[in-house]
Design a protein around this ligand. Structure first.
Ligand code: ADP
Length: 190
């Protein structure tokens, strides 16, 4: 089978992390989550972590050059050569362009870009609920508002970017984890 190179994106709270993990397990390729990698860097207090921390706590995007560096390093590792599920990257047009350049260098192609759509009111409800369960430092009301605005302004334009490349599949993110997973499977087989 050819390599599976997929990316999942959507607004905060859409469930992209959960779905990316499932899909990665199912396809036997690594899940590459920039959010998880950045949180690990913050916890380990590395240079990347120190540059990312305040932005993350405020709900802002971390500067492109930081995130691009982390992602490039990860995608160049051996286990990513047969494919990957990118989760939370790219989030800006500059990041999407950097990904294109990296894929060219690796002589690889993106197979599909899946976007999970959920209405904004439901997203806020989900995130506030998660705040009680997980204690993530950016799941408070102010940071959630900033994350939504960052998504609208900087990440949503990527819909057109990938639509123009004819790899975009829009999936309805309402319903159970199972139902959404089923829709994603259909979208990647189509
Ligand atoms: P969510 O999308 O639910 O907010 P993530 O775990 O994907 O959660 O991201 C958490 C935070 O990590 C973001 O708010 C941002 O500060 C940072 N981050 C993750 N990925 C990126 C990225 N590609 N570009 C810039 N910042 C990022």
């Amino acid at each position: 089978m050819s390599a599976r190179r997929l990316l999942i994106f959507g607004p905060p709270g859409a469930g992209k992390g959960t779905q990316a993990r499932r899909l990665a397990d199912r396809l036997g390729v690594p899940q590459v989550s920039t959010g998880d990698m950045l949180r690990a860097s913050v916890a380990a207090d590395t240079e990347v972590g120190r540059r990312a921390r305040a932005h993350m706590d405020a709900g802002e995007l971390v500067p492109d050059e930081v995130v691009i560096g982390v992602t490039e390093e990860r995608l160049e590792q051996r286990d990513a050569q047969q494919g990957f599920i990118l989760d939370g990257f790219p989030r800006t047009v500059a990041q999407a362009e950097a990904l294109d350049a990296l894929l060219r260098k690796l002589n690889a192609r993106l197979e599909r870009c899946i976007t999970i759509s959920v209405g904004e009111d439901e997203l806020v409800q989900r995130l506030l609920k998660r705040a009680h369960l997980e204690r993530r430092s950016d799941d408070n009301e102010q940071a959630i508002r900033v994350r939504m605005a960052e998504y609208r302004e900087k990440t949503a334009p990527l819909l057109d970017y990938y639509r123009a490349r004819e790899v975009l599949a829009e999936v309805d993110g309402r319903g159970s984890v199972e139902e959404v997973a089923q829709r994603i499977e259909e979208a990647i087989c189509a």
